[in-house]
Design a binder for this molecule. Structure first.
Ligand code: PMV
Length: 358
């Protein structure tokens, strides 16, 4: 009961009481709101989705993010920062920090909810490795906005949450399609097209091995690079986008039909598009060719590329061999999930940290 009071009514309640007895509301430090989201992997369609093609993404519930929001109390708050936990303040008029996606989204939510004068401190616990194309920025932003809605008892429907997260994602990506904002809240694979998502049905009995190159990807740089290419050569990009769109439709049919071999080929074809967009790297190429050599049906980078992760489609029986082969060529870690995103295994076992190579 005390927890319910703390979490759901105490801030508005205390403000109300304070105002009635003539005291300015300053917050109690006790009230908290909580929000959750999780990682994602793009199965097919990254980059071309920004330019109008569809994409298919898989949620990764085994990589959760939890955000806790509290009213900001000057001088009493301190951040405990580790490789997966950190804090930030949103809503202070005067701040030395440059805007981050999560902060911009939370500030937009506070403004729209008439809470612009009530800064909040958000503490984040994130099991998604940062800058690996697995959706950490959209998931942190979603969890943070949900935590603030919970703190102040604000209704937050899917459409409003998506709009707030997109405010933040424009900062993180430069130009964000919205696929991450949808996928980090999804409960199964999604088909994403021009802002809207619908569930993708699949009974495909196969595994996805996700392998980390250990190199951070910079989404904003990769997205900007492709946009520059589009400005310079719109005909070339349009041809790629049309081709990409066809491949994403084929992939959806493969998922529905349970055809792993065809889906693998389609993913590898899509990797050729990503190579021609200039977002692959030698480490990605090595992991892709290693996965194929170890028996994967197909492999490609996932997310923005220029670092980050590779995703390989394998039979359930070969997933272990593919994962071991990827580690032998220096994959920093691997995660194996089924085609609905359900966790099967990770290597090393405690791998949800944020290590990396520079
Ligand atoms: O690297 P990530 O997880 O931020 O994925 C970006 C996906 C892109 O298609 C490259 C950008 C976008 O907004 O769709």
């Amino acid at each position: 009961m005390q927890e319910l009071l703390n979490r759901h009514i105490s801030v508005d309640y205390i403000r109300n009481i304070s105002e009635r007895i003539g005291h300015a509301f300053v917050g109690t430090g006790e009230a908290t709101g909580i929000g959750h989201a999780h990682g994602k992997a793009i199965l097919i369609g990254e980059h071309t989705v920004v330019h109008g093609a569809p994409a298919i993404a898989i949620p990764l519930p085994a990589m959760p993010v939890r955000a806790v929001a509290r009213p900001y109390l000057p001088d009493t708050d301190s951040d405990v920062t580790s490789d997966k936990s950190f804090g930030f303040v949103a809503g202070l008029a005067d701040t030395k920090f440059s805007p981050s996606g999560p902060r911009v989204a939370v500030e937009e939510a506070l403004r729209q909810w008439g809470l612009g004068a009530h800064p909040v401190r958000i503490t984040v616990d994130c099991d998604i490795p940062f800058a690996r194309g697995l959706g950490s920025s959209a998931a942190i932003t979603s969890a943070a906005v949900r935590a603030v809605a919970d703190l102040y008892g604000r209704r937050l429907d899917t459409a409003a949450l998506y709009d707030f997260v997109q405010c933040g994602e424009q900062i993180a990506h430069g130009r964000a399609s919205g696929v991450d904002a949808r996928a980090v809240l999804a409960t199964g694979p999604i088909w994403f097209y021009q802002g809207a998502a619908r569930a993708v049905t699949t009974e495909l009995d196969a595994a996805l091995v996700i392998a980390d190159t250990g190199m951070p990807g910079v989404t904003e740089r990769a997205v900007t690079g492709v946009s520059r290419l589009a400005d310079r050569d719109p005909v070339f990009i349009q041809r790629l986008v049309d081709h990409a769109s066809g491949l994403v439709h084929v992939a959806a049919n493969d998922l529905a039909a349970g055809d792993a071999e065809s889906l693998g080929h389609t993913m590898s074809d899509f990797q050729r598009i990503l190579v021609s967009l200039g977002v692959s790297t030698p480490s990605i190429d090595l992991l892709v060719s290693t996965a194929l050599g170890a028996g994967a049906f197909g492999a490609k980078l996932t997310g923005a590329g220029m670092g980050g992760c590779v995703v390989a489609l394998t039979s359930t029986a070969t997933a272990g061999a593919v994962s071991r082969a990827l580690r032998r060529v220096d994959a920093l870690r691997t995660w194996t999930v089924d085609t609905r995103g359900r966790h099967l295994s990770t290597w090393p076992a405690s791998t949800l940290g944020h290590g990396g190579r520079q």
